[in-house]
Design a binder for this molecule. Structure first.
Ligand code: SAH
Length: 513
């Protein structure tokens, strides 16, 4: 379980937590929310709750999508209420994971009422609401000392021309501050007209911020008089916040998120579930949208006892070198070390080699320093560096089940005694995520970032061939690039150094940014 400081006690069985996940950027979620996700046994999530945050949930927690689309409810609200109550009564620690704040235009109060009626304990975890956050990421402050002493949060879901409408547009037109309308894109024309009819100037600045705080964020601006036209001709759709007021003008000066170097770029990260996180994180910081597509999955070795036996031999001085060729290998070694009840001291009799900086970093995280890292991160270079390090010696290689024999063969032919042991298994996933496939086919993915040859091979297998023309390719190094070319992919940029930083730089250059 992930430890979350300040997150409070873990989710309790029999309780429903109405958790605000914030506007989209998972980093904007609160610590209490993270703590509860990390300890829930049942999670009901939405279309607008940040999907990345679900990675915090324990593997055994059940996750159910109860999301709504504007035109179609996956589950009716009553069904959601019943589900939450039933699961809490059955002894689950229930997290109802919502977008933004659960009590801001989000029907969280109805869920809380259902708990009260059923005698089920509940807790509310407020979140950063989209109406404030999306404009902030667009460079629009919702209040301003001179321009706007207040803001109003309003549903845009109602038809302003209907007599039974609850929203008082005459009052809103007079409201001395910024208007933040949620769920209103479909009714924008009627909303703008109602405000102008009630006396707001047609020249009042308006902006719409779509998918705010996420890499898909887009902003469109205009005035009450012309915004509907602009939005319709741009095909701009939900989910978006409509911001009405002079503060919109500050965007010219204060826009920041949309000025990041990779803003608007979508990058396919075809990696293992386990490994994709770090590259995605680096891309996200630069403003890109990482689209993660697992092509291989890492599974535990079926024979961990062999790895434990080999590690015991390492501790007993049976080897001169242990050479690690991936961060996954390091993770497996560290895990089996713990199984043995041992720690880093077991490696006292040996020297450690790592194929590249990523593997060396994984070792460092376990308190182990790789004393040999070849200048180029390939197994061929690793073999050459080991051979050059001294007379033939004894080496243990904890590897993947499908590791290529280059390293072992090169060492053996130089007179080394080499033992390989399976540290983990790589199994290809059998199907490309349909959403990812569709975006690829529509040309909506700008760059593919390949961090290994096996991901290239698996990608081509899964996709059924090379990507559509126009999709750029960035590769982590020469071996991966060669695999690309062998399979009919043109490489637009190759990383140098052959690590994640290098790969991020290659993505930038492939995209011409
Ligand atoms: N409880 C949520 C709002 C739910 S209503 C909150 O506090 O934010 C759903 C509406 O919220 C959407 O139609 C859209 O208007 C707005 N919204 C949610 N996430 C958004 C985002 N990332 N960017 C822009 N608008 C968003």
């Amino acid at each position: 379980m992930v430890t979350i400081p300040f997150g409070g006690p873990p989710a309790q069985p029999g309780t429903v937590y109405l958790v605000g996940g914030g506007p989209g950027d998972p980093g904007l979620m609160g610590l209490r929310a993270a703590r509860l996700l990390a300890s829930a046994t049942f999670v009901a999530y939405d279309r607008l709750s940040p999907p990345e945050a679900l990675a915090l949930c324990p593997a055994e927690a059940e996750q159910v999508y109860v999301g709504k689309l504007p035109d179609r409810h996956a589950l009716a609200q009553e069904e959601i209420n019943e589900l939450l109550v039933a699961r809490a009564r059955a002894g689950d620690a229930v997290v109802r994971f919502k977008g933004g704040d659960p009590f801001v235009l989000g029907r969280g109060s109805e869920e809380a009422s259902a708990c009260v009626a059923a005698g089920v304990a509940f807790e509310v975890v407020p979140g950063v609401t989209a109406g404030v956050a999306a404009p902030a990421y667009a460079g629009i402050p919702v209040t301003h000392r001179v321009m706007a002493p207040a803001f109003a949060v309003v549903t845009g879901h109602e038809d302003p021309t209907k007599p039974e409408a609850q929203v008082d547009y005459a009052a809103l037109a007079r409201f001395p501050g910024t208007l933040l309308l949620y769920m209103g894109v479909g009714r924008l024309r009627a909303i703008a007209a109602a405000l102008v009819a009630a006396g707001r100037e047609a020249t009042t600045p308006v902006a719409l911020v779509r998918w705010g705080t996420t890499p898909r964020q887009q902003t469109i601006s205009g005035t009450l008089g012309d915004i509907a036209e602009r939005v319709e001709s741009a095909g701009f759709t939900n989910p978006a916040i409509i911001v009405v007021g002079d503060v919109v003008g500050l965007r010219d000066e204060l826009s920041w998120f949309e000025r990041r170097p990779l803003y608007g770029l979508s990058v396919l990260v075809p990696r293992t579930r386990h490994q994709a996180g770090e590259l995605s994180e680096r891309l996200r910081v630069l403003g890109a949208e990482p689209v993660e597509a697992p092509t291989i999955a890492i599974q535990a070795s079926r024979t961990p006892q062999l790895l434990r036996a080999a590690l015991t031999d390492v501790g007993n001085g049976a080897y001169d070198w242990v050479a690690l060729t991936s961060a996954n290998g390091v993770a497996a070694v560290v895990e089996q070390l713990a199984e043995l009840g041992r720690d880093a001291r077991l490696f006292a009799p040996v020297r450690l080699a790592a194929v590249g900086p990523g593997t060396a970093e994984a070792l460092a995280a376990a308190g182990l320093r790789a004393e040999l890292v070849p200048p180029t991160a390939t197994t061929g270079e690793l073999a050459a560096a080991l051979v050059a390090s001294g007379p033939p010696a004894r080496a243990l290689l904890p590897r993947a089940d499908i590791a290529t024999p280059t390293l072992t063969e090169a060492l053996r032919s130089a007179g080394w005694r080499v033992d390989e042991v399976e540290a983990y298994r790589t199994v290809p996933v059998t199907e490309l995520d349909p959403g990812v496939r569709q975006r690829l086919e529509l040309g909506e993915i700008d760059v593919l970032a390949f961090a290994s040859s096996s991901t290239v091979r698996n990608f081509v297998d899964l996709f059924g061939g090379p990507p559509p023309a126009g999709t750029r390719v960035a590769s982590i190094g020469p071996v991966t690039s060669q695999t690309c070319r062998d399979l009919g992919l043109q490489v637009d940029a190759e990383a140098d150094p052959h690590d994640l930083d290098g790969l991020v730089a290659a993505v930038r250059s492939a995209a011409g940014r």
